[in-house]
Design a protein around this ligand. Structure first.
Ligand SMILES: Nc1ncnc2c1ncn2[C@@H]1O[C@H](COP(=O)(O)OP(=O)(O)OP(=O)(O)O)[C@@H](O)[C@H]1O
Length: 571
């Protein structure tokens, strides 16, 4: 009868030899997860091994030809030793920046390496390593001990199109002392990276999209957080607004970050809660006009909703593993947010908003939540298009000027004795608008790969105001279709775009004498707004203001957005 062998990763004997990884080839190095050596009964270990890069890191690692005898670019060596990597004996060097290795070749006739003066050195940057574990072989059912095989190094690799993947390098060596010494040094290096979270508060929305967020969290996210030694406190939300209620009450001081697992609505609710919490902690009255204080802890988003524009924009891709690895590695970026308010009170913190067609469509979809998500959205678009109706409104906005222009303007004002902070720069447009988008971030999504607002960036302190005036239905559909294509969606005579810092949206009504006036903001009627994919019912006057870099988020700014910004002809 075949004896099952299990290969497990342990911290160290003293730390209880916690198993974190399985399904890795026993004895070999940088080897592919091997089903034949796994225990069938250990789900967590088997799952953790599933996403690993076939063949380990070897073929995917950055390889450099370096002069023989030199470990270039890695800084001062901390340790040097011999391990087997991919079945070859290697000379391995650890420095604070790099782990590098090169195969040990038999000496040639002339005393040099058989490879000549050059030998192949491969390396990984320690900033890309997210976990190190001892690797042991255990028998089926064995919980502790086992034959030490070496050290497993879990590393993040950059792939095409902003994608990140995890992979493993196996350093094989049977000596306990040798492996423990290397493990200790590597762990010290990893603990020196300041932004990596050790403790996270996690909100999972079980109702997002097709109700798969809980599965995504426990099957894909939790095993990697565990592998990276991140403690978690998980709340599976029970009702709409649950995350917000908890954030207003709970003490966040013991957490290094907060993670939302769900769609844009959940992420936006958590961001709103973090900012409300920050204002409460700082004793700031959110309803006065003072700028809000920044959120105290970073927010990470694991995409599990139907649109996931926030996660897509943060990472340049909608990919669960990429989002997880950015959080584990502590890749942080500052992101602009808006306040949405009436003249007297803050309604919400958010990233993006749509009024008109975009909010009517969402309102229709919400009324038909019993339909499957994709059908619901398509149905809502068709129905809202069939009843296409413009909004009569006045848009006042404060445009953002280039800095030099501001300087000249300020000089002129000084010469003429005018106040520098006068609000005379407010611009006004009014009329019938089919759709008004006000966005602090570009909002990349599968329907709009260039972004719903490619004329703003994640953290440039600007709002994109995109106002679509009344037009025929076929022309409006043509404009909508452009979002999915490479053509400029704004090059229509009925679309105008502005880069602004603040917008006031006031609904108007026709008076008896035929003139038009703003609706009284004190009246009780409300109108639908789409804020980050969530439906809001707000009064007839809403002010939207951008607050540069108000929140820190896990993820990486994307080259693609810079590229799109450069190539966008709409501005
Ligand atoms: N247990 C729950 N029951 C009902 N609603 C919930 C629950 N937990 C959270 N919510 C609410 O569900 C709303 C929508 O969730 P979310 O945005 O994550 O999913 P989605 O609509 O499928 O995705 P997307 O916004 O990306 O299209 C959020 O406003 C959130 O407050």
């Amino acid at each position: 009868m075949r004896r099952h062998r299990r290969v497990a990763w342990a911290e160290s004997p003293a730390e209880g030899e916690r198993r974190a990884e399985a399904g890795l080839g026993g004895g070999g190095s940088a080897s592919r997860p091997s089903a034949t050596e796994e225990d069938d009964d250990d789900e967590a270990e088997a799952e953790a091994g599933k996403s690993r890069e076939p063949g380990g890191v070897g073929p995917g690692a950055r390889a450099r030809e370096v002069q023989a005898g030199g470990s270039s670019g890695g800084g001062q060596p901390l340790l040097r030793g011999i391990f087997q990597i991919q079945k070859e004996s290697c000379d391995v060097v650890l420095s604070a920046r790099r782990l590098s290795w090169s195969p040990i070749r038999p000496e040639g006739v002339g005393g040099g390496s058989s490879m000549g003066q050059q030998h192949k050195e491969e390396y990984i940057e320690m900033k890309d390593v997210f976990s190190v574990k001892l690797k042991r072989r255990r028998l089926a059912g064995q919980q502790k001990g086992g034959l030490l095989l070496g050290i497993a190094i879990f590393v993040c690799l950059k792939k095409e199109g902003n994608k990140l993947k995890d992979s493993i390098i196996n350093l094989s060596n049977l000596s306990e002392d040798h492996c423990h010494l290397w493990l200790k040094h590597m762990k010290e290096i990893l603990s020196g990276f300041p932004n990596r979270p050790k403790s996270l508060k996690v909100f999972v929305n079980p109702t997002s999209h097709r109700k798969e967020a809980t599965h995504i969290y426990y099957e894909q996210v939790a095993p990697l957080f565990k592998l990276a030694d991140i403690r978690t406190d998980v709340t599976v939300t029970e009702y709409e607004g649950h995350a917000l209620t908890l954030l207003k009450e709970c003490d966040l001081t013991s957490f290094h970050g907060v993670v939302s697992v769900g769609g844009d609505g959940t992420a936006s609710e958590v961001a709103h809660g973090l900012l409300l919490r920050a204002q409460m902690d700082a004793g700031v009255d959110t309803d006065n006009q003072r700028p809000p204080v920044r959120a105290k802890v970073p927010l990470g988003i694991i995409p599990a909703g139907s649109t996931n524009a926030l996660a897509h924009t943060l990472n340049g891709i909608q990919h669960t593993l990429t989002a997880i690895l950015h959080i584990i590695l502590g890749h942080l970026q500052s992101v602009d947010m808006c306040t949405f308010r009436t003249p007297s009170k803050v309604l919400r913190f958010g990233f993006s908003s749509v009024f008109g067609f975009g909010s009517r469509t969402l309102a229709f979809a919400e009324k038909h939540r019993w339909l499957p998500p994709n059908q619901r959205k398509d149905f809502a678009v068709v129905k809202t298009l069939a009843n296409l109706k413009p909004e009569d409104c006045e848009l006042s906005f404060l445009p953002i000027k280039p800095l030099e222009q501001d300087a000249q303007e300020n000089d002129r004002k000084k010469r003429e004795g005018l106040k520098l902070d006068s609000r005379e720069d407010w611009h006004k447009i009014h009329g019938h608008f089919l759709n008004v988008s006000i966005m602090a971030i570009p909002c990349l999504c599968s329907m709009a790969p260039r972004g719903l607002a490619p004329n703003t960036r994640l953290n440039d302190g600007t709002l994109a105001l995109i106002a679509v005036r009344n037009t025929s239905r076929p022309e409006f559909v043509k404009h909508l279709r452009r979002y999915a294509s490479v053509k400029n969606q704004f090059s229509f005579p009925f679309v105008e775009t502005h880069i602004v810092e603040e917008v006031k949206v006031c609904l108007r009504t026709e008076k008896e004498d035929g003139t038009r006036d703003r609706l009284n903001s004190a009246q009780k009627d409300t109108y639908p707004w789409n804020v980050d994919g969530d439906l809001m019912e707000w009064p007839s006057e809403v002010h939207v203001r951008v607050h540069p870099q108000l929140i820190t988020m896990y993820g990486r700014s994307v080259d693609a957005i810079d590229h799109l910004k450069g190539s966008c002809s709409c501005l």
